[in-house]
Design a protein around this ligand. Sequence first.
Ligand code: HEM
Ligand SMILES: *[C@@H]1O[C@H](CO)[C@@H](O)[C@H](O)[C@H]1NC(C)=O
Length: 467
Amino acid sequence: MITWALLAVLLVSALLYSRWRHSYWSSRGVPTAPGSIPFLGHTLKLLNRKKYRWLIIDEMYRNHGGSLFCGLYDIHNPNLMVGDPDLVKAVLIKDFDHFADRRSFKATNPKDKVFNEMLTSATGDHWKGIRSVLSTSFTSGRMKGMFPLVEAKAEGLVDYFHRQLEKDPVIRMKESFGMYTMEVISSCAFGLETNSFEEDGIFPQKAMEMFKISPFRMAKFLLFLTVPKLAKLLNVQISHENTEFFTDVVIETMKQRKTGGKRGDFLDIMLETREDQNEKTDKKKPKYPLSDETVIASSVLFIIAGYDTTANTLGNATFLLAKHTEEQERLREELKKIIEEHGTLTYQGIMEAKYLDGCISEALRIHPPAHFTERCCTKNYQLPGTDVVIAKGDVVSIPVWSLHHDQRYWPEPEKFDPTRFFPENKDRIVSGTYLPFGLGPRNCIGKGSLALHCVGLHKKKNGKPLH
Ligand code: HEM
Ligand SMILES: *[C@@H]1O[C@H](CO)[C@@H](O)[C@H](O)[C@H]1NC(C)=O
């Protein structure tokens, strides 16, 4: 009898506690998106495997205030969806000092050391230090230097297509681009020949596995979201097991580099940067020495962050071009002309290909591989023009896909129209509504290297990136 009463009291208290946590947004006058349930918040709704996540988010964006802002709960943690372009720019660019971090798990498992050191999850000054060192790897000069490495891999891809065509007239474009991307990244990141075009290329396989989220991994993430302290106490490992595979490869390559020659890849650049730092140590110790861990973590991260995103973009761009034969023909003509002018396809030539830029940009608009991005609030912030205060620790998420498909900003949003991105049409693009690479100081560091794969994506105009 007493135990039942006790249980009932506990349950009711727990429910009340949950309800109190879930009143966070309403008590601040922020509309809450529907679908929040006790204890779990919106997490279950967003994990629905039967519906694309960006469509679930889009519903909140369109019908429940998200196109300005609306409140969500990850378990009990407040998450503000901000969809108004001016507010998006305020959070990502103007008031970046309030939103310098992403959500970080700070896992304690020793196997997560590499994960914690990655630029994507690093926080505060630590992030700033790594970011400024790594930025030197992605200048246009560096990119140009890597062009021959990429060219060789593009030839490998064409060879692969020819070989496949002899066996089967149907080619799986996404997988093929996956192999190509893996070849390019592993070659550019640390001079590794991964033989991805062979039947049993282990690298794409290992990388692909990392994007499949098993129920077990999901449970671990949820544990970190619900009771981070317990997750740390239990030493739960958050990074995928395959991280180790890539870590070992990088360590092995670094060893070889100490004896072998240079190739001009990212690993060389990072090791050079470190030598520079070491030379300076007598006079002034560098503030953020590039440790072995950072070099390893960055190399592994480049594979993780660049592989799926790039393959997706190339896959979707070709798919759209296959469906739009007129546009495809126009692109073909443009490239033919450029090759005629330059004799062959050069980095410069690709940078001049305006229509190509439009096609890739449009593919990224319709199918942004990162359909949302987020920041963690690092100091209290009053949302401009409102009374709403976002507290330190709250998450802000930006509905990238919805902004790209909002007809107020993009007339006929489902239409594939590469000319939207022509220089003469550029002033029609509302700023803050196109962000396939995010925005501001914490945007995608690798977007320039995509210009290599995806060619011409970030052409410079008067020294400024096109978008
Ligand atoms: C089509 C290809 C790609 C897309 C669409 C893409 C998209 C993104 C997006 C949306 C973000 C978050 C930005 C933000 O929160 O504002 C990001 C971050 C990042 N990306 Fe990419 N990315 C691509 C390719 C790459 C490549 C090839 C690399 C590396 C070689 C890379 C490395 C990174 C890193 C390290 C970050 C974290 C930056 C930081 O936290 O400071 N990405 N990317
Ligand atoms: C196109 O993009 C969508 C959304 O990002 C993705 O689910 C799909 O796999 C991509 N298709 C190809 C062929 O890459």
